[in-house]
Design a protein around this ligand. Structure first.
Ligand SMILES: [Zn+2]
Ligand SMILES: [Zn+2]
Ligand SMILES: [Zn+2]
Length: 476
């Protein structure tokens, strides 16, 4: 994750009184995996869902696939399924030639490919294609830019594609963002585009440094996440990583960090969670610019490793939150993937101690022991993964040591997310009982409010709002 990143500097305006967005998510699979005995899988069970997908022919397929290499069946990411599924041409009366249904579900919802399927973004997500007479509330079209999927609809600015090399960077950025968004949906977190909610919605600006212009800062401000597109260039990102002495720096890590700031605005600051946040992370009203300047001038406190997941997390409570949040997303996605593929690391010699109930924030919480098992399963798993990396001469898969004080913060984040997921399930149920669902799945919409007719991706380098805030950038 982007620790010690002096480019995370657009965080100083997090005073938006966002209300949590009431919105339901697709059914998650946290009811699965109930009956497992002592195994890593049992310990790690499930913040979320399977990351292992299958073609109709039985062959395993992966998050980025759009066609089965074995049988040529078209594949696409379908939000209702929270995964990549095999597709078949739609067969209903009047079906357009480019529409699909999920394989084996001939009478089900119709989908078409995202408008970015054939662009450099290479998007394999599917867009709802309601049939005549369909109840529009059953389709996830709210907040989507016409023709674009949810992930592409939250992109507001892309690098200038008249510069040839930018296409490759844009593709890498979108790939990483699709992984992020698919995980957020699986966790039941609200994902609402700026089109769906102009105040609290999400927008991503992928910007390049322009000649003579200011250096583009990676950061978050009031729902707008900005990434400097050069971070998608391996050589550049690796150079920055080494210069900053970070153990880890990836696009996914950037996204997971910045989205943490977004959800703090949405789910913590305007809610009763704020009091516990301040107890665990500290008082975020401490001056942010001063805190960052101190961090870069003096370095982290000598004992930071005993208290924070990264040294950058020690700079300010907001950054501690964002770093720990990103850590939680790393752990959840990796654990989901490991479980999906049947990785077991039960018989592992541990280089570090396991965590104990006393390390938790709320050891008496009904969910606490399950969460502790998850953490300790994580410790075992990462011991194995690190050994595998060393076998190949690669840097450690997980180049961090979780301090005990981070465990309480992670449990707090786990509870914030779990509560949100339950809100979403309740909202879905209420909508269903309201008669909004007419015999179809009790599924729910990842968008929100009315769509605005604005295309997302025709931009060349317009530097819009979110770029004012450069006072803390600078150092190092
Ligand atoms: Zn940050
Ligand atoms: Zn196949
Ligand atoms: Zn798309």
């Amino acid at each position: 994750m982007p620790s010690e990143n002096n480019e995370h500097t657009m965080d100083s305006n997090l005073t938006d009184n966002a209300a949590p967005v009431a919105q339901a998510a697709p059914a998650t699979a946290d009811t699965a995996l109930e009956d497992q005995s002592q195994s890593l899988a049992a310990d790690l069970r499930a913040p979320t869902i399977s990351r292992a997908y299958q073609c109709q022919c039985g062959r395993p397929v992966f998050l980025g696939n759009s066609q089965c290499l074995a049988c040529n069946t078209p594949l696409g990411y379908v939000i209702d399924s929270l995964g990549v599924v095999p597709l078949a041409p739609a067969e209903h009366d009047g079906a357009e030639p480019d529409t699909f249904t999920v394989f084996g579900d001939t009478g089900g919802k119709a989908w078409r490919r995202c408008a970015n399927f054939l662009t450099a973004a290479g998007c394999n997500w599917m867009v709802p294609a309601p049939r005549d007479g369909d109840d529009p509330t059953l389709h996830h079209t709210d907040g989507l830019s016409p023709g674009y999927c949810l992930s592409c609809s939250v992109t507001r600015t892309i690098p200038d594609l008249s510069i040839e090399s930018n296409g490759i960077l844009w593709r890498k950025l979108e790939q990483a963002k699709r992984r992020l968004i698919s995980q957020l949906l699986a966790l039941g977190l609200p994902v609402v585009s700026r089109l769906g909610d102009p105040v609290h919605g999400l927008a991503f600006d992928f910007l390049s440094n322009l000649p003579g212009g200011p250096h583009v800062l990676t950061g978050h401000e009031q729902g707008v996440i900005t990434l400097n597109a050069e971070e998608a260039e391996d050589a550049v990102r690796e150079r920055i990583r080494a210069e900053m002495r970070e153990p880890y720096r990836t696009l996914v890590g950037h996204f997971r960090h910045e989205i943490g700031h977004y959800y703090w605005d949405l789910l913590v600051f305007p809610t009763p969670w704020i009091d516990d946040f301040r107890t665990l992370f500290g008082d975020e009203r401490a001056d942010y610019a001063t805190a960052l300047r101190t961090h870069y001038e003096n370095g982290p406190p000598p004992d930071w490793a005993n208290r924070f997941v990264t040294s950058y997390a020690s700079s300010h409570p907001w950054e501690d939150w964002a770093e720990t949040w990103a850590h939680y997303l790393h752990m959840a996605d990796t654990a989901d993937t490991a479980m999906s593929f049947g990785v077991d690391a039960q018989n592992v010699e541990l280089a570090s101690d396991l965590f104990e109930p006393a390390d938790l924030w709320q050891p008496e919480h009904p969910d606490a022991m399950k969460f502790l098992d998850f953490l300790n399963g994580w410790v075992r798993l990462t011991n194995v993964l690190n050994e595998l990396s060393r076998s190949m001469g690669q840097p450690d898969y997980y180049p961090f040591v979780l301090p005990r004080t981070a465990v309480g913060k992670l449990q707090f984040i786990h509870q914030v997310i779990t509560q949100q997921r339950h809100h979403q399930s309740d909202a879905a149920l209420a909508a269903q009982q309201d008669g909004m669902s007419q015999g179809e799945d009790p599924d729910v919409k990842p968008g929100d409010a009315a769509p605005a007719p604005v295309p997302p991706t025709s931009q060349t380098q317009t530097q819009g709002d979110g770029f004012q805030n450069q006072q803390e950038r600078a150092i190092g």
